[in-house]
Each structure stands twice: as structure tokens, then as C-alpha cells.
Design a protein around this ligand. Structure first.
Ligand code: NAD
Length: 300
């Protein structure tokens, strides 16, 4: 069994740490939010007073934080010098979705300290994190990917090596840009049919067995009342926050600029999710984008 440090116990990190503890590993956890630590303790993890205490003596450390600035702050801030708290040869796995430069910066700093590093962003949502069925998309040395596999398999079902350091993030950005596009498209198609009198559940079933089928429709239906156990069934609480999707679309746009790639659909999706976030919806699940398409009552 492995001694693992786990930093960041939010919507995703919480259930991921719980699955590692459930598999019998010793999991030392830290988060800035006390309630998240308490939930992890209830799932069999060991609380640490700060990030340094969480990673001390660990062979593997996993971070699951919102964005690149949080990951850089955690791993590169001089005052904390977290990398120095790890034994030489330890493996750092960052599962956050962040910009490629930050992933490479942290990876190179870790390597300079005699540590190993892989970027390992995930796909599959909160339900996948809870069920241990996530997809891991890894960038880094092939040998480090191989050695991480048994632990990643406690949290996920599909493990992919995308390429060298940062490649996991590039693949993840391509995926999330596509996700944003088919979520917005699914919401738009459902709203069109419902406005013409169709039942959203019937329309979902029809499109799900037709050429319009996609993950947003089939597994994460945005229309309330169509599916159980998705954010639309609980007023879009939990899940993947709109502000995180806006962040990911920003990362995809930066990538497109870097390579002079044309991404007109991605740019449009980014504008839609940005507009939605600007209307105060940043903290709700991204499938609440469907509300942009609903008729609002005229003020009396
Ligand atoms: P979240 O906001 O729910 O969780 C982030 C956690 O990090 C919070 O609990 C926060 O308190 C903690 N944190 C921030 N800075 C910290 C620090 N310095 N030390 C310790 N803890 C710190 O976000 P999430 O939904 O869990 O997403 C995490 C990452 O996973 C993001 O990069 C996101 O884009 C990605 N992701 C999310 C989903 C999803 O469906 N939610 C799916 C795939 C990938």
C-alpha cells in the first residue's frame, strides 16, 4: 500500500481521495475548506494541518486544484517549498485542468529536485469521480505513466498516455472544447423542440437513438426532469461549475492562438458560457447553460 498526499478535496478531489483510501492506501489530505477535510476523514483519509504536512514522507502526491495559478502557488511558492518536503524519486501527479505552461513549469521544477511528475487531467465528471470510472489523460515519461497506473486505476477506468509533459493538458483542452460545444448544442436543440410542444424526455430519447446522440444528451442531460443523478436534477448544484468551463475554454483559445488554429465553434461556445457566467451563474453546473435558451417571463 502507498502513502499518498492529496491536496484539493473539492467536487472532484474529494471522491478521488475517498476511492484511494477505500482501496487501502494511506491518504494524507489537505484543503483550504475545513468541511471538505471532514468529508475526507469520514471516507477514511487522514487530515493534515497544511499542505506540507500532507505531503511529508509520501511516495506519491496528487493535486486537484481549480486552475494553473493555484497549482503554481502550491508547488512553486518559495516560502512553502513543498517539493523539498518530498523524498527523492517521489511521483507528483497533478490532476487539475491547467494551462500547458504551468504544467511544464511545475514538472520541470519537480524534475530538477529529483522528483517525477506527470500531468494527469481527468474526464468523467463528479459522477465518474465518485464511481471510480474517470478517464485519465496523462502527459510525461512513459515509465512514470506505467508506475502511476495502479493508483490511477483506483480512481479511473480509462488510462491514456497522450505524450510528453503537458500533452495530457492539450488533449484535455481539446476534449473540453468539444464538450462545451455539444452541451450548448444539446441545450439549444432541446429548447427548440420543447418550444414547439415536444416533451424533453421524449425528444431526448429520440435524439439519443439518432445521429444527434452525444455524451451531454445521453449521460448529462441539461433539461431538468429528464434524468436522475445529474446536476439538472438538483438545480445545477455540484458538478462542473460554469466558471471552470469558462477557464477551460480560455485555455483552449490560448492553445489555438499559439498554433494559429481556427476554432470558430469553440470561440462561440466560450462566448455563450462567458455570458452565462456573467449573469451570475459561474458557480452552478455548466449544463445550466440551458437556461440561456428558456423564455423569461415578461415583467408585469
Ligand atoms: P472545486 O472548486 O470543487 O475544488 C477545488 C478545491 O481545491 C477546493 O476544495 C479548494 O478549497 C481547493 N484548493 C484551492 N487552492 C488550494 C490550496 N492552495 N490548498 C489546498 N486546497 C486548495 O473544483 P473541482 O470541480 O473539484 O475541479 C478541480 C479541477 O478538476 C479543475 O481544474 C477542473 O477544471 C477539473 N475538472 C473538474 C470536473 C468536474 O466535473 N467538476 C471534471 C473534470 C475536471
Amino acid at each position: 500500500m502507498t502513502r499518498i498526499g492529496f491536496i484539493g478535496l473539492g467536487n472532484m478531489g474529494g471522491p478521488m481521495a475517498a476511492n484511494l483510501a477505500g482501496a487501502g492506501h494511506t491518504v494524507q489530505v489537505f484543503d483550504l475548506v475545513a468541511q471538505n477535510i471532514e468529508r475526507a476523514i469520514a471516507a477514511g483519509c487522514i487530515a493534515a494541518g497544511d499542505a506540507r504536512e500532507a505531503v511529508t514522507g509520501c511516495e506519491v502526491v496528487i493535486s486537484m486544484l481549480p486552475a494553473g495559478e493555484h497549482v503554481r502557488d502550491l508547488w512553486l511558492s518559495e516560502g512553502q517549498d513543498l517539493l523539498a518536503a518530498l523524498p527523492v524519486g517521489a511521483l507528483v501527479i497533478d490532476c487539475s485542468t491547467i494551462d500547458v505552461d504551468s504544467a511544464r513549469q511545475v514538472g520541470e521544477a519537480a524534475r530538477a529536485r529529483g522528483l517525477r511528475f506527470i500531468d494527469a487531467p481527468v474526464s468523467g465528471g463528479v459522477a465518474g469521480a465518485a464511481a471510480g470510472t474517470l478517464t485519465f489523460i496523462v502527459g510525461g515519461d512513459g515509465a512514470d505513466f506505467e508506475s502511476a497506473k495502479p493508483l490511477l486505476a483506483c480512481m479511473g477506468q480509462n488510462l491514456f498516455h497522450a505524450g510528453t509533459l503537458g500533452a495530457g493538458q492539450i488533449a484535455k483542452m481539446c476534449n473540453n472544447m468539444l464538450l462545451a460545444i455539444h452541451m450548448a448544442g444539446t441545450a439549444e436543440a432541446l429548447a427548440l423542440g420543447v418550444k414547439e410542444g415536444l416533451d424533453p424526455a421524449v425528444l431526448s430519447t429520440i435524439m439519443g437513438k439518432s445521429s444527434g446522440n452525444n455524451w451531454s444528451l445521453e449521460r448529462y442531460n441539461p433539461w431538468p426532469g429528464v434524468m436522475e443523478n445529474v446536476p439538472a436534477a438538483r438545480n445545477y448544484q455540484g458538478g462542473f461549475m460554469t466558471r471552470l468551463m469558462v477557464k477551460d475554454l480560455g485555455l483552449a483559445m490560448a492553445l489555438a492562438e499559439h498554433g494559429h488554429s481556427a476554432v470558430p465553434m469553440g470561440a462561440l461556445a466560450r462566448n455563450l458560457f462567458n455570458l452565462h457566467a456573467a449573469q451570475g451563474q459561474g458557480g452552478r453546473d455548466f449544463s445550466s447553460i440551458v437556461e440561456l435558451y428558456l423564455d423569461k417571463q415578461d415583467p408585469a
